[in-house]
Design a protein around this ligand. Structure first.
Ligand code: F6R
Length: 366
């Protein structure tokens, strides 16, 4: 049942080239220059005309929502708010018939997310879902939605569901952008061509498993860890930190790299591993200076970099190279090595990776 892998989590991490491809099967045609999501076809016009979109979710799915916020705002210019479902529902949120609320949930059973949706529905909003489990409560209560098609996720720590959620959000943003005319044809073509190459690039990162295991060995006894990223990679930092804390029980925090100087920098000493997503692209130079700030305080840098980036290689204590891709798609690649490091660290510490203490696969309590 674990397909020869020691744990479901490892199996599910390795399934990602396939689960991402399954997610865009029939929804993406590079030759024809086309994307579409059958499940939300009837809502395409409404999405394109939306004045704002609200995403509600919990945990890892909330991180996917934050990636979605960057994608939607950048590609469609529609303002997006991403809310913790639990905070949204207890706040008498300002919401009307004009709003579109998108729930993101692997299980489709998370009590807070379901309640947030019902609240939005009562106020007349259009409610859409991005779920993995077919026929789940959330998928039944929504007006429409798109499944992630990642296949069953057994490990409590969400891995392949996250990358599939991000893939659906990318397809949604591209579809809306197409309908709104907010994306140049050449940019659209470039992004879908790159999206189609993601599964193969994920495989190339998975091939670095041995190196990732080596890095994990060095930091397995850490008591704290920081994860830094900027822009669309900030949610990747949050997700990296969550993955480490929930299965290895090491205290970890994700931060937007520039926020470090407003507090967390006080924590940095030679004992502190700092994972930095430092891929080439918009905020590259800024991230390089954040790395220098950490080095100046003797922190240890583990950098996720674009293949062939000699500059950060020279500064980092350890680096993981990931293939070059379009800026919008970096989360789909940068997440992978962080998942594997969390996995290895947890195994080395003797933790039960598939069933971490105090956690349940679907949180049906409020
Ligand atoms: C983290 C994790 C949780 C879930 C959260 C939402 O690895 O598994 O944080 O992401 O409980 O669950 P779903 O997506 O089923 O609503």
């Amino acid at each position: 049942e674990k397909g020869g892998y020691e744990h479901f989590m490892l199996k599910e991490i390795h399934e990602q080239p396939r689960s991402i491809r399954d997610c865009f099967r029939g929804r993406l045609n590079v030759e024809k220059g086309w994307v579409g999501l059958g499940g939300i076809k009837d809502y395409e016009k409404q999405l394109a005309n939306a004045k704002r979109i609200i995403m509600v979710a919990c945990g890892t799915s909330w991180h996917a929502g934050l990636v979605g916020e960057y994608l939607f705002e950048e590609l469609t210019r529609i303002p997006v708010e991403v809310e913790y479902a639990s905070e949204f529902r207890y706040r008498n949120p300002i919401i009307s018939e004009e709003d579109i609320v998108i729930a993101i949930s692997q299980s489709g059973e998370t009590a807070d997310t379901l309640a947030a949706l019902n609240l939005a529905k009562d106020k007349g909003a259009t409610i859409l879902g991005i779920c993995n489990v077919v026929g789940s409560s959330i998928s039944r209560v929504t007006d429409a939605g798109s499944y992630t098609h990642a296949g069953p996720e057994i490990g409590v720590a969400s891995t392949k569901a996250f990358t599939a959620q991000v893939t659906v959000l990318t397809l949604m943003a591209l579809t809306i952008a197409r309908n709104k005319g907010t994306l140049k044809e050449s940019d659209f073509r470039r992004i879908i061509t790159e999206l189609d190459l993601i599964p193969e690039k994920v495989s190339r990162i998975l091939d670095k498993n041995e190196k990732l295991e080596e890095i994990s060995k060095v930091y397995k006894d850490a008591s704290n860890a920081l994860y830094l990223g900027r822009g669309i990679s900030f949610p990747v930092a949050l997700e990296g930190a969550l993955k480490l804390k929930e299965i290895s029980y090491i205290h970890a925090e994700g931060y937007p790299a520039a926020e470090m100087k407003h507090g967390p920098i006080a924590l940095i000493d030679e004992e502190m591993p700092v994972f930095v997503i430092a891929t080439k692209g918009t905020s590259y130079e800024k991230v390089v200076s954040n790395i220098q700030e950490v080095k100046a305080r003797k922190g240890k840098i583990i950098a996720v970099i674009t293949e062939g980036d000699e500059q950060v290689k020279g500064m980092a204590d350890h680096y993981i190279e990931i293939p070059e891709t379009d800026d919008h798609l970096v989360p789909l690649l940068a997440t992978i090595p962080l998942q594997l490091i969390s996995y290895h660290v947890a195994v080395m510490r003797g933790a039960n990776v598939d069933q971490p203490r105090n956690l349940a696969k679907s949180v049906t309590v409020e």
